[in-house]
Design a protein around this ligand. Structure first.
Ligand code: AMP
Ligand code: MG
Length: 314
């Protein structure tokens, strides 16, 4: 059985011993291992069921540690670090030769992030080095935003889970690649808006297509087990069935089945989205209907995750 704890020093000891620990970050809970121990990193892939071709993000306590992992930190990266670290931004930079190619999935680039969550910071400080920490869920299922949801993902393991409450951002980090010979690229949308990233960078970001390989953007990532349908026009006939669940974006209508209204504010919506999916997915419903938010930059990451979790109705 997983063990939920708030003992940071013992979690750090376990990581040093090559064991895995789930840790809270402001984005989602991560499944952490010492990024310098290949056997521990391999256990992360094995426990998640994640293909070894999908690289891991190295989490650091501060930007000062980035030079232990990146071979080059261009001025553009320094600007983004100064503006957004600690926070929900991952940077892909050229990797030093001594960075494990198991971590980078064979690539000569490494992804780095400094999380802001106080418990993540405390654990990184006690541990001292870099931690890989992909989302603490089985491959292709919903990322956990609470310790209980991590435990639910790995019921047969003896994983230690550092409890940090509910994640404040709730969606995975924005990923920007800054590699020589390529334009700056937004590889994954997160809750930092593209315009805020571009303002700090001082130049536009290309989208993810083309340039570096960005694995892990699988079409059916983050999906609940229940058939999930996203809509703009409310499918009125479906409201009558008690076997249909609903996630609303501020315009809840009366339904026979269970419903959660996440409201129409992007930050608050994103923080609660995955917990709502866990909650409704556990009910064994026939269908889950999700009202799509407005088409607006502030909702871009939410739209991205909903597109991976659902089919469009209209
Ligand atoms: P996560 O699944 O949240 O752990 O994020 C990992 C994602 O970061 C991967 O699926 C890639 O999209 C991206 N990533 C990590 N390392 C690299 C890298 N070296 N080069 C390009 N993308 C990377
Ligand atoms: Mg993930």
């Amino acid at each position: 059985m997983p063990y939920i704890t708030d003992n940071v020093p013992q979690c750090a000891d376990r990581l040093r011993a090559g064991l895995l620990v789930a840790l809270p970050t402001e984005t989602v809970y991560g499944l952490a291992a010492d990024a310098r121990q290949d056997a521990a990193v391999q256990q992360v892939f094995a426990l998640k069921g994640r293909p070894s071709s999908n690289p891991l993000i190295v989490h650091l306590q501060s930007a000062a540690q980035a030079s232990q992992w990146a071979a080059d930190i261009p001025a553009a990266a320094q600007r983004l670090m100064a503006t957004f670290w600690p926070g929900p931004l991952t940077l892909v930079l050229p990797a030093r030769d001594d960075v494990s190619r198991i971590v980078t999935a064979g690539q000569d680039s490494v992804a780095l992030r400094v999380p802001a969550h106080p418990q993540a910071q405390a654990l990184l400080a006690a541990f001292g080095g870099g931690l890989v920490a992909p989302s603490a869920n089985r491959y292709m299922s919903i990322s956990p935003t609470s310790a209980a949801h991590v435990a639910q993902q790995f019921p047969d393991s003896d994983l230690w889970i550092l409890d940090g409450g509910a994640c404040q951002v709730g969606l995975e980090s924005s990923i920007v690649s800054l590699l020589p010979g390529d334009s700056p690229r937004l590889l994954r949308r997160g809750m930092l808006s593209q315009s805020d990233l571009e303002a700090a960078l001082g130049q536009p970001l290309e989208n993810r297509d083309g340039g570096v390989r960005a694995p892990g953007q699988h079409h059916r990532h983050y999906a609940p087990g229940t058939t999930t349908l996203a809509f703009v026009q409310v499918p009125n006939e479906a409201l009558a069935s008690p076997r249909h669940g609903w996630i609303w974006c501020g315009q809840a209508q009366h339904s026979a089945g269970p419903a959660i209204d996440l409201g129409d504010q992007p930050q608050a919506y994103a923080a609660r989205l995955y917990a709502a999916l866990y909650q409704l997915d556990a009910l064994g419903l026939e269908r889950l209907y999700i009202q799509l938010p407005p088409q607006h930059d502030a909702w871009a990451a939410v739209h991205d995750r909903l597109a991976r979790a659902s089919q469009r109705l209209d």
